[in-house]
Design a protein around this ligand. Structure first.
Ligand SMILES: Nc1nc2c(c(=O)[nH]1)N[C@H]1C(S)=C(S)[C@@H](COP(=O)(O)O)O[C@H]1N2
Ligand SMILES: [Mo]
Length: 224
């Protein structure tokens, strides 16, 4: 279990799992984010909605994984439960696509307005989940109710909370995401310190670190 002793480059352990994000999302907190309803669209797919009932037809996956925010805090061994993204894709999405559709990129949209993308190839691995439980309980509003993406090999900003839509794109298609482009690396792999786009991860470490404490306070205050 080498992970128990070493953290990825530039990361430091934090004792508790804070509510976190870009400051403009702090106040978009609600006590109730409603039931699971994930709108699937793009590619050749007939738009459709995944709800709890259809997700429950898939095997449940439990997983303990570390969580790494781009600002350098890491939280160890969070216990997630949910569904493998690869199972969702293979069983519930792919059968509805025409065989010739070449999906390469997936965009996730959240009900607080946040959005993120990852290459499909990064999502079809064993530890990427759509998680609806954390530490044995239904996911709370603070951490992304009713369901969120968990992609432990990628920085926190790829781990989108309050998931409400999944969009599928082919290699030549463009899409829009909220936020500054330099802050969004297309893959954001933690092991390679891909913190941002066009700026070295090593530099961003030092720019982001002073933001941790005020951001945690701001996100906490928005829930009071
Ligand atoms: N919908 C939504 N998802 C989001 C964010 C957000 O503000 N809104 N922030 C991202 C960032 S930067 C991080 S580090 C993690 C934080 O997850 P947590 O609040 O459960 O700790 O959520 C990510 N996913
Ligand atoms: Mo983050």
């Amino acid at each position: 279990m080498p992970q128990l002793f070493s953290l990825p480059p530039g990361q430091r352990q934090i004792a508790t799992f804070p509510r976190f994000g870009l400051s403009q999302y702090a106040n978009r907190y609600r006590e109730n984010f409603g039931d699971i309803a994930i709108n699937i669209s793009g590619g050749s797919i007939e738009p459709q909605v995944l709800d709890n009932q259809v997700l429950q037809t898939l095997p449940r996956k439990q997983q303990g994984s570390d969580f790494h925010c781009v600002t350098t805090w890491s939280c160890r061994q969070l216990q997630w439960s949910g569904y493998r993204f690869s199972d969702v894709y293979q069983a519930l999405i792919k059968p509805h696509l025409s065989p010739s559709s070449n999906i390469s990129e997936v965009v996730f949209r959240a009900s607080d307005g946040f959005g993120s993308s990852l290459p499909l190839e990064d999502l079809l691995v064993d530890d990427v989940l759509l998680a609806d439980q954390l530490n044995g309980q239904s996911l709370c509003a603070k951490h992304g109710a009713p369901i969120r993406l968990v992609a432990p090999a990628h920085y926190g900003y790829k781990n989108l909370k309050h998931l409400k839509a999944i969009e599928l794109y082919t290699p030549n298609q463009n899409f829009d995401l909220p936020g500054f482009r330099f802050m969004d690396h297309p893959r954001a792999r933690v092991a390679l310190e891909e913190r941002g786009r066009g700026i070295p991860g090593l530099l961003l470490r030092y720019l982001y670190r002073p933001l941790i404490a005020p951001t945690i306070r701001r996100f906490q205050k928005a829930m009071d």
